[in-house]
Design a protein around this ligand. Structure first.
Ligand SMILES: NC(=O)c1ccc[n+]([C@@H]2O[C@H](COP(=O)([O-])OP(=O)(O)OC[C@H]3O[C@@H](n4cnc5c(N)ncnc54)[C@H](OP(=O)(O)O)[C@@H]3O)[C@@H](O)[C@H]2O)c1
Length: 270
């Protein structure tokens, strides 16, 4: 537990499912007032009620329904709802990802633009709008979700990899620029995690090959864990653990870092 987090307010983008939902739940256990964001209102409400149940209604929770690729939808929340909430201490730029798996020659211009819109421009826009609030916080944090592949490209999805690498640079830039306001900016870079996109990947394998969901899950697990020195796939909890630590006062002198949650998969010393 991190008592210094109690009573702080956090916005976790893309928190109605996957890793973001896990982060939102964990923050609420620390008695952080959480803003749950997603595109689908039912999914946002589902996580909000899970948070209310888990905290016996002790943690306040807010709904933020907006398509992160539509700037006017993001702005509307900051214009209408944020003044009522009144404060923000932690921004977790969790949203990101790609639909499907493609090699360079299969990725269209439109897919390149869409991927940059979700993985780079969404964090840019959320950060810009959150800054007036973060500047007034006594313990301000921006935590960006990168990927182990931000630093070491794999064989697929060059558009996603390039976007996440761009975010590494932005992470460093913001950490330098915002230090004068005591806003700490760090990045969490997971290797493939059992959660979020993982379940879509299993369904894709099933659809493409006709194997059962159980067989697809086993295939995926085997193909991932062989790359990991710890010989297993990481969990959403293990990603959330680092995010919570970085949000806390225990991480008060960590700034501009890009920290891997990858079981040692990144082999390089840089
Ligand atoms: N999962 C992994 O193995 C892994 C590995 C490395 C890095 N990462 C990174 O970790 C982060 C989270 O990954 P994840 O796998 O948990 O993601 P995910 O399952 O794809 O994320 C789903 C969440 O994002 C929301 N979302 C997606 N598109 C949206 C949009 N246009 N507007 C608003 N909300 C949107 C979803 O809301 P709706 O359902 O309502 O649309 C849901 O809340 C990403 O940045 C990803 O790149 C993940």
């Amino acid at each position: 537990m991190y008592p210094d987090l109690r009573g702080r307010t956090a916005l976790v983008t893309g928190s109605s499912d996957g890793i973001g939902a896990e982060i939102a739940l964990r923050l609420s256990i620390e008695e952080v007032e959480v803003i749950v964001h997603g595109k689908n209102p039912e999914k946002v409400e589902r996580i909000c009620s899970k948070i209310r149940e888990a905290s016996s209604n002790k943690s306040r929770v807010h709904q933020f329904v907006a398509d992160a690729t539509k700037p006017e939808q993001i702005s509307r929340f900051f214009e209408t709802k944020m003044p009522q909430i009144g404060k923000l201490d932690i921004l977790v730029n969790n949203i990101g990802g790609i639909p499907g798996i493609k090699t360079f020659e299969k990725v269209s211009d439109e897919e390149w633009y869409d991927t940059f819109t979700l993985n780079v421009m969404a964090p840019v826009r959320f950060t810009r709008l959150a800054l007036p609030y973060l500047k007034r916080s006594a313990q301000a944090r921006i935590i960006n979700l990168g990927s182990a592949a931000s630093m070491q490209p794999g064989v697929n999805n060059p558009h996603y990899l390039a976007a996440k690498t761009g975010l590494v640079n932005l992470n460093k830039y913001l950490s330098n620029d915002l230090a004068k306001y005591n806003i700490l900016v760090n990045m969490v870079c997971p290797h493939t995690i059992k959660g979020g996109a993982w379940f879509r990947d299993i369904r894709n394998i099933t659809n493409n090959t006709g194997v059962s969901l159980e067989q697809a899950a086993q295939q995926l697990e085997n193909s991932v864990k062989i790359k990991v020195p710890l010989n297993r796939v990481g969990t959403m909890e293990e990603v959330a653990n680092l995010v919570i630590f970085l949000a806390s006062n225990s991480a008060s002198f960590i700034n501009g870092e890009c920290i891997f949650v990858d079981g040692g998969t990144k082999r390089s010393i840089f």
